[in-house]
Unconditional design. Sequence first.
Lengths: 304, 475
Amino acid sequence: MSLQGYAFADVADVRERLRETGYLADEAIATTVFLADRLGKPLLVEGPAGVGKTELAKSLAAAVGAELIRLQCYEGLDEARALYEWNYKKQLLRIQSASGATGEAAGDAAAGTASWQQTHDDIFSEEFLLSRPLLTAIRRDDPTVLLIDETDKADVEVEGLLLEVLSDFQVTIPELGTVKATRRPFVILTSNATRELSEALKRRCLYLNLDYPSAAREKEIVLARVPELPEKMAESLVRIVRALRAMELKKAPSIAETIDWGQTVLALGFDTMDDAAVTSTLGVVLKHASDQARAISQLKLGAN
Amino acid sequence: MNLLDRTVEFTAALRRANVPVSSAETVDAARAVGAIGWADRDALRAAFAATMCKRPLYRSAFDSLFDLYFPPRIGDGVVLPDEGGPAGEQQPGEQRNGDPSELTPQEIEALRRAMRDQLRDALLDGDDEKLRDLARRSVSAFGAAQNGPGQRSYFIYRVLRAMSPETLIADLLAAMLGDDDRGGLEERIARQTIADRIRAFEEMISSEVRRRMAEERGIEAVERTAVKPLADQVDFLRASQRDLVELRRQVYPLARRLATRLTARRRLGRAGRLDFRRTVRASLATGGVPIETKHRPHKPHKPELVVLCDVSGSVSSFAHFTLMLTHALREQFSKVRAFAFIDTTDEVTRFLRGLELGDMMARIASEADLVWFDGHSDYGHAIEVFAEKYPDAVGPRTSLLVLGDARNNYRATSAAVFRRLCGQARHSYWLNPEPRSYWGSGDSATTAYADLVDEMVECRNVEQLQHFIERLLPT
């Protein structure tokens, strides 16, 4: 970590500033974010879909006034998409235009070699480099939050690449030399745990397991996101969602879906969450037919 | 002992509980403490969790150990001056309840009543702080028993019997709901909420009891019983109801993880046969020289799976879990058929498709035709019926999977029929939820069957089952 100092003064400061951006952090989240800042380590956030992993990164960027650079992982992501790539089409054009120019001075072998050297130096220069998210984040001088989203979707080889970049914050480009971070970006990796990430990667990161929030916090979140919703409605909404999560469902409703539900009942103008209201809008939170059937039978909604 | 030594010991305890913690991570933990200090216990817990507990699976072990090594208080606990006022007023006998043997039975009864009233209020508000405080006080008031001179033991059941939170449910419901909410959705949700809070209270009591025991006996003595085995190492045959619910919840994530790993392995494997047409097409770009060869995608061989499972009482939880997992993985197989038996066999594939996987076993038990004679396991008869009723089930592409403990109540084994079935199948495996050392003891007929199948596999927990399924599925 260079001399720019730390982004946060203490744990309470993390909480306060995240709250200002609309993200309600609990004790564990705030502490872990604070530690990631202090220890200068990447933060691996793992948890089910829709608990606010990506949201945390976005709010963090807003809270410290940094730019968010996002690397979305997917199957088949490779170095060329994650780190850097040479713009070979442009290089080709450059070579062609060079050979056009040297064509006139043909015969002079020494001149030919010199101009080739010149062209070679030229086409492997900054101008022809396409910087991808990882390199961009490392090279920036301003505060940066690097979000590596859904790391578990990427192939195992990408993890190896990340290891190298995240432990030293430097990238070696053979033709240009080593690029070292002047200012370490704040790195957040997210994962849905569809597969175990490698031990080596986990060892280098701080780990935060985000799970469904407590009832009180979820209510606060819903109210913060859907301010027009009456508090009593939000409370019963959250209680129903928690009851749903306690069932054995294929896909438990996420926070994002609770918020959607709040918006739905608001838009439809329900003023209590009675059986009819729940039954008619259940599709917002439960997206498997079997889950809905189960919820209806366990909450005995079908009775009327 | 200073706090750093404590931390190192805590790390060692984590490792003993099968939570891997590297020394680099211990260093990180120490640095983290350097950044946040020792003052705030919750922050400390979060800091240790961030640096040393990197899979959700480890979390419960981590929490139990953290509570043991960094207890929130010692002895009966100190009543802090700022909360002393209201807390002091509410409890008659607070000054003396350190040693309940000094109280008369009437006084104990009065204390119990008073604390139950407080418990009701705390449960109604859902105030965790109050509940924790109550848990602490009820353990010191009712949990202790003198066993031997100078040694005290604490028992969870004594506290629960005295406080009996379950009997408060009716009161709580009445307080939470108005008359018009009765019987509706509100009531069911309220019941759920109350049940959650009571369970949380019980957790607090057991962790408090562990803490007191650790003070009496030393941490090491309590550690072994305090830490529950990791979820993927819970024994199927000994799993409690709550463990099973937790396991079932893991089925889909587990199936998804297995499937992802398999696809990854397949992709890495060699490509399929040469695709002549596409190779020639591609060669046009290089002037007719086939520089890059194109291949057809490799077609994975998908086995047919026939599961024959014992669903009698003793092993049904194992069968249930395995059936759910194979069903969740059905895309990896070309076909899955399931048969269940107790002393006779019936096909249960139709229940796998049912809506409510959680209740699958109950429906199998009530609707399928599994009992022929007396409802005790009879492998011999079950195998005969299976071979007779479903002669086409096992074919040359089939992997036959038998689930059961082979406890045959000393009945005939029908080994000859079973040998023929195994011969027809491409592969045959037997998953036995009993530890290997029990095989062949008592009425176990493992010796008769073990040689007939390709392999009899010990499959006591999710971890072993996971290994087996990975091996079963082709790459």
